[in-house]
Design a protein around this ligand. Structure first.
Ligand code: MSP
Length: 511
């Protein structure tokens, strides 16, 4: 058994969750569920980033303390993930005392190893990004992400000797035999990261004198830890660092950090350098997916096009929302969500292809063999072809998910569903029922077994649907990936229930 530790970014709680957050979280959930089914010892982590100027400002705007504010918003994230059947093993909050103690411990370690020094920071800072900016980062003097002018900062701070780790990072990235080796994916992002390191790394200010909402530096409590240093450490405190090192070593290094390209620098450069400085291994892999727009526009409050995860769940159900989000465009590239297009895909791929296939099979088993799965005869060439496709599907899924290619994995399942629908048309069981009962029983068995395998394969993407499919076919809990597991005589559902009610185009979302 191998272990598999997968993480999402911890999201800022200055506002409620939207489907940008859901996108990464669902992707991580698919991976977590997939690895659990492989029998791996999985730890799936998500959580919230609760300190820093951005959160303190949002709380002040609402006239409450930061702690009161984050305690309310965090519930919205938890509810959203619950509604989407997200199966995280732990939910980390950076305002949690255990996390705060871990941050202090880690900084103490960096201080002791000579990786921190006192200096003066002067420059620009975007509170929206919680990030230092250079003139080159700005467009017409504004932060391109938040359309605001960064503030001028001048403070005595502690600095992390990031520049010291330039060579170690280059080696770790490019030499697979380096003990600190880690991967950055996709390749275009890897090249981007390599380019940035080669340009040279500057030391980084890692504390704030003028902010109270954060973790005090253990060696100088007049300053709090910079929110990004605090946040990145969630990946180790959540698994037990520093007081439960047994649990920590069970899962560290993380196997997969997921995020979008906006925060790749922190995960692929700063974080590995911090870990190496503290004598810990970098994560094994960092994957930055793309950013999506809605109908061609950035999601933003001002444009009024922010979609809440609950809107999608209300429209498509949890499984529909999961499936449509994570398979709409290749993971790793930018994409655009078009709501009408999602409805079209839902109706075609889920209601028609998948829903109808299960429904008609269950109906036919009820009609022709009294609801009991019949014993198959010898397989013909056409039967064998369907069988071969259904069993090969898992190898395709394994390969695709190893590469975080959710689209190709889902395509492999869809191809089997389409083939099975065509098989129904070609074999026409309603005609066989009038004379060729031997052939009819074989066809029905091939269909049930193929659909059982489809049901098994669907679980990481659509857990409730997967379970419903197996229930409908009367094979709940029969999770083997090999052919021929459906027991002859098992009883399909007496009344087929529609899996995906059709949706009208243009009905819009619920808000
Ligand atoms: N708090 C930091 C992360 C700290 S991790 C140690 C943060 N939070 S965030 O709330 O801004 O979340 C950013 C992440 O949300 C992105 O990296 C991505 O995972 C997800 N997305 C937010 N909007 C998105 C899109 N429009 N498209 C794709 N992903 C999106 O940064």
């Amino acid at each position: 058994m191998s272990k598999y530790y997968v993480t999402t970014p911890i999201y800022y709680v200055n506002d409620v969750p939207h489907i940008g957050h859901a996108y990464t979280t669902i992707a991580a959930d698919v991976l977590a569920r997939y690895h659990r089914r492989l029998g791996d010892d999985v730890f799936f982590l998500t959580g919230t980033d609760e300190h820093g100027a951005k959160i303190a400002e949002a709380a002040a705007k609402h006239g409450v303390t930061p702690k009161q504010f984050v305690d309310t918003i965090v519930e919205r994230f938890k509810e959203a993930w619950k509604a989407l059947e997200v199966s995280n093993d732990f939910f980390v909050r950076t305002s949690d005392p255990h996390h705060e103690a871990g941050v202090a411990n880690f900084l103490e370690r960096l201080y002791a190893s000579g990786d921190l020094y006192k200096g003066t920071y002067e420059g620009l800072y975007c509170v929206g990004c919680e990030q230092f900016k250079t003139e080159e980062d700005l467009v017409n003097g504004l932060c391109p992400y938040h359309n605001v002018k960064p503030i001028w900062y001048s403070e005595e701070n502690y600095f992390f000797r990031l520049s010291r780790y330039q060579d170690s990072l280059l080696r770790a990235l490019t030499d697979p035999s380096d003990p600190n080796h880690y991967l950055v994916k996709p390749t275009s992002r890897f090249n981007e990261v390599l380019g940035k390191i080669r340009l040279g790394l500057s030391d980084l200010s890692i504390s704030r004198a003028s902010l109270a909402w954060g973790v005090p530096l253990p060696f100088d409590p007049s300053q709090v830890v910079y929110v990004w240093i605090d946040a990145l450490l969630n990946y180790v405190t959540a698994i037990g660092y520093p007081d439960d090192m047994k649990h920590f070593h069970r899962y560290w290094p993380a196997d997969q950090h997921l995020m979008a390209k906006d925060i790749l620098w922190f995960h692929a450069i700063l974080w590995p350098a911090m870990l190496i400085a503290a004598g810990l291994r970098p994560p094994r892999a960092v994957f930055a997916h793309g950013f999506f727009t809605i109908g061609g526009q950035r999601m933003s409050k001002t444009l009024g096009n922010v979609i809440a995860p609950s809107d999608l769940v209300a429209r498509f159900g949890a499984d529909g929302a999961r499936y449509l989000l994570v398979t709409d465009f290749p993971f790793g590239t930018d994409g655009d969500f078009n709501l009408d297009n999602l409805v079209t895909r839902y109706n075609a791929e889920l209601a028609n292809d998948l829903g109808n296939l299960i429904n008609r099979t269950v109906s036919m088993v009820n009609r022709y063999t009294e609801g009991a799965v019949p014993s198959p005869g010898a397989l013909t060439e056409a039967d064998a072809e369907v069988k071969a496709m259904a069993t090969a599907m898992f190898e395709q899924i394994d390969r695709a998910l190893d590469d975080l290619d959710f689209v190709t994995a889902a395509d492999a399942i869809r191809a089997v569903v389409s083939r099975a629908n065509r098989y129904v048309e070609e074999t026409a069981p309603w005609k066989l029922a009038k004379g060729d009962l031997e052939r009819l029983t074989t066809v029905l068995y091939v269909l049930v077994e193929t659909e059982r395998l489809v049901g098994v394969a669907l679980w990481p993407f659509m857990p409730a649907t997967s379970e419903k499919v197996l229930d409908e076919l009367g094979v709940a809990g029969q999770l083997s990936r090999t052919w021929g597991v459906t027991p002859v005589g098992s009883r399909v559902s007496a009344q087929p229930r529609p899996l995906f009610p059709r949706i009208e185009i243009g009905a819009g979302l619920t808000h």
